[in-house]
Ligand binder design. Structure first.
Ligand SMILES: C[S@@+](CC[C@H](N)C(=O)[O-])C[C@H]1O[C@@H](n2cnc3c(N)ncnc32)[C@H](O)[C@@H]1O
Length: 204
């Protein structure tokens, strides 16, 4: 690999830093990011592809991060409500949305998403809970209990809002964990340069 610049967040995240222009094509226009945001953000083209599959006018992108998927939903014409418990990261997402010219289509909330889900309506809910770092994708299996937030609880709360729920999962996710919800779903594979980066379960 040709290394052009050194990752400001340490060598662990160098491979993600090398991807920064795939994460945000407008990275050099002032995109703001922190270490967790760099690890968690979905690449722009893949996020746009996911967003284009989602039906309806309004989306709750439950866990904002630095705004990769939020911006994609807004760019595909959705009105988005989003939330992050970390005010600094949410501020970064707001600035990043401004760079893409879509901040006016997004409502940003600093809160615990479990509080927000009880009071928000949306045609679709997108869930991208933290995996807990790089090692998550390297273990044998990853299931709903392995996210940093209780995956089952998040899904239950999302289904109380709408049947159209999208859950982002590491490539090693055990899909049988989704069966007890008794709902049909299809699986989207997010592939970049031949590598499976993550999966999305799209519930009807
Ligand atoms: C994997 S990131 C989301 C990445 C985003 N989809 C993107 O493409 O940029 C998950 C985010 O959830 C936030 N988070 C964790 N626990 C939360 C909670 N209880 N309520 C709201 N946000 C939370 C973290 O601060 C983190 O920024």
């Amino acid at each position: 690999m040709v290394t052009t610049t050194v990752c400001p967040f340490g060598p662990e995240l160098q491979e993600f830093w090398e991807m920064r222009h795939d994460l945000f094509s407008r990275f050099d226009e002032g995109i703001r990011i922190d270490a967790a945001g760099l690890f968690g953000v979905k690449p722009e083209e893949l996020a746009l592809r996911t967003a284009a599959r989602v039906r309806g006018r309004t989306v709750l992108d439950a866990l904002c991060g630095v705004g990769g998927t939020v911006i994609a939903f807004a760019r595909t014409g959705k009105l988005v409500t989003t939330c992050d418990i970390d005010p600094d990261r949410l501020a970064m997402a707001r600035e990043n949305a401004r760079i893409y010219g879509v901040e006016n289509r997004i409502t940003f909330l600093v809160d615990d998403i479990r509080e927000v889900m009880g009071r928000v309506e949306a045609d679709a809910v997108y869930l991208d809970p933290p995996w807990g770092g790089k090692s998550a994708a390297e273990r044998d299996r990853f299931g709903l209990d392995d996210y940093r937030l209780d995956g089952r609880d998040l899904l239950r709360r999302a289904f109380a809002i709408t049947p159209q729920v999208i859950l982002s999962m590491p490539p090693n996710f055990v899909l049988s964990d989704l069966v007890p919800f008794g709902r049909d779903f299809s699986v989207e594979q997010a592939i970049r340069n031949g590598d499976l980066l993550y999966l999305n379960a799209h519930f009807a």
